[in-house]
Every structure is written in structure tokens, then in C-alpha cells.
Design a protein around this ligand. Structure first.
Ligand code: MG
Length: 307
């Protein structure tokens, strides 16, 4: 039987870290060293796609301060990884893209949502306005030889307006692909989807569309949703080492699906990922110790308990 391959996009060092509020405050140089350590450990576990940071305002997102220096260290001290891995940088706008390009970024992520209420709270723009803003960002990034991934938030529900019309994500995805995005990551931002809703929405999309899924484990359904998505033909999944990244819309609840939990299920089912699970656990352990965190991944906890 042919072994099916699943590609994991590791979002811990960006999406995970920036949503952690209870972390030990580090000096900027310590934070940068900690992030570089995490990114390189994850890349050395076999992960090819690793989110490295975001070019956003440091006063608003202090966890992402110094992303330019993170990229500089990766280029200087880890040239082989820099050449062979995809280190993704999130940019919210043109200014962010300029900074990312200046820092040598080659893989750019952009984001919008399906819900005006969510976007207005998050970036003070409607969905239409944000798409207008992203068009030149994607164009310029492509002209500079970058690959582009686009996140769509609130595909399965919005924290402010509740249910979102199932077809909404498809329209936004088509527009982003028309602009030149090469991959669309569909996000369940508040972690409300069940496999039934995953099927309802994914079946609306053409099979040829380059999609990834980004499920949050807020209500414990993320891994079931991944399996449903795989059965529907998806082979790219976002996850976060240790389950790093709480849910900003449900205090104390889980956000990102843990990479370790996903890898365990996939490997046990015979899927290949190219990733060494114990090495991801070691990356999580080192982060947990440095930031004095408690990571929620079930597999990781079991691994730690058995050591
Ligand atoms: Mg997330």
C-alpha cells in the first residue's frame, strides 16, 4: 500500500508564542535566542515549514519583537537550514512586508477573515478592505521572489458574530488565490467546528485548490477535524509544538492543536510526515523550561511523564 504523506506546518514559534500571555518575561536578546533555539530544534526534527515570526508592532505583540534579528541569526548561523527549510514570516500590511523583505524573508504569510466583525476588531478593516490592502502586498512579495501563504480566520465561526455563512471562506480564498497566494490555510479560530461542519465547508471547495487546515482544540475536536479533512483530500495541516498558544476567545482554554498529538495519530495510522516526534517533544521541553510555561499537548505530557 502506498504510504500517504501529510505535510505539517509548524506554527508554534509565531502563532503559538504570540498567543501566550503567561510566559516568563525575557530580555529582548534572551527572547530572540529562545525563539531561534525553538525554530532550529523544530526544523531539525524534520519539519520543513516553520513559522519564524511576524513583522508586527512590538508594542502590541512583544513576543514577536526582533523578528528581523531572528531571521538574521538563522541566515548567518544556520545557512543549511535557511536553504532547505521554509521559515514563514507573517506580515499584516505593506509596512510589514517591507521590513520582512529587508530582513531577507523568502516565505510570507498574510491573513484576513471571513467575518467583518472579527476583522474590524482585529485589524480595524472589513474583509473587503483587508483584501484591497493585501492585493499589493501579495504582488510585491511575489515580485521579490517570495512564496505566499494566506490565512483565513473564522471559517467555522466568529467570536463576535457567531455563525459564518459556509460559502464565505470560498469567496475569500478565490480572491486571495487570484492575487497570487499559493496556499490558503482555513482557520477555526475559536475552535467550534466538529467533523460534520468540516465536511460541510471543505466540500464546497474545488479539489484542486491548494488548502491547509488550521484547527483549534478549544473544545477537543481539532484532531477529529484533521482526520476528517484528510479523508476529504487535505494533506497540509497547521499545528503548534506542545499545543503552544492559548485561545484568546476562551480564557484558559486550548488554542492551537499540538503538533505532537497530531504526529502521534498520523504515525500510528501509517501516514508519513518526515518528522521525528521525540525531537519535537524535546523542542517543547526546552521552551517550557525557558519560558516557565505549562504546555497542554497530551502526547507531550505522556512523553515527559515516561522519561
Ligand atoms: Mg492558531
Amino acid at each position: 500500500m502506498e504510504v500517504k504523506k501529510i505535510r505539517i506546518v509548524e506554527v508554534g514559534p509565531r502563532d503559538g508564542l504570540q498567543n501566550e500571555s503567561k510566559i516568563k518575561k525575557l530580555e529582548l536578546d534572551e527572547l530572540i535566542a529562545c525563539r531561534v533555539g525553538l525554530i532550529t530544534k523544530l526544523a531539525n526534527s524534520g519539519l520543513v515549514d516553520v513559522e519564524a515570526g511576524a513583522f508586527v508592532r512590538a508594542d502590541r505583540v512583544p513576543q514577536m519583537a526582533g523578528t528581523d534579528q531572528v531571521l538574521a541569526i538563522l541566515q548567518k548561523d544556520h545557512p543549511k537550514l535557511w536553504k532547505t527549510k521554509k521559515f514563514w514570516s507573517l506580515v499584516p500590511n505593506r509596512k510589514g512586508l517591507e521590513l520582512a523583505l529587508k530582513a531577507g524573508a523568502k516565505h510570507i504569510s498574510v491573513f484576513t477573515a471571513t467575518s467583518d466583525a472579527f476583522n474590524e476588531k482585529n485589524i480595524q478593516m472589513t474583509v473587503e478592505e483587508s483584501l484591497r490592502e493585501l492585493k499589493p502586498v501579495i504582488k510585491e512579495a511575489k515580485e521579490n521572489g517570495c512564496s505566499i501563504r494566506a490565512y483565513i480566520s473564522t471559517v467555522w465561526g466568529c467570536p463576535y458574530s457567531g455563525k459564518v455563512s459556509p460559502g464565505r471562506a470560498l469567496g475569500v480564498a478565490k480572491t486571495l488565490l487570484d492575487f497570487g497566494a499559493e496556499e490558503i490555510s482555513l482557520g477555526d479560530t475559536i475552535g467550534v467546528a466538529s467533523p460534520k461542519q468540516v465536511k460541510e465547508i471543505l466540500e464546497l471547495f474545488p479539489k484542486s485548490m491548494p488548502l491547509a487546515v488550521h484547527f483549534h482544540d478549544t473544545r477537543g475536536t481539532a484532531i477529529a477535524n484533521c482526520l476528517e479533512a484528510i479523508h476529504l483530500g487535505i494533506h497540509s495541516i497547521d499545528s503548534s509544538c506542545g499545543g503552544l498558544g492559548g485561545c484568546p476567545y476562551a480564557k484558559g482554554a486550548s488554542g492551537n492543536l499540538a503538533t505532537e498529538d497530531l504526529l502521534y495519530m498520523l504515525h500510528e495510522m501509517g501516514y508519513s510526515t518526515g518528522v521525528q516526534l521525540d525531537k519535537v517533544c524535546e523542542a517543547s521541553l526546552s521552551l517550557e523550561e525557558t519560558l516557565e510555561l505549562s504546555l497542554p499537548s497530551r502526547f507531550y505530557k505522556a512523553w515527559k511523564g515516561s522519561k
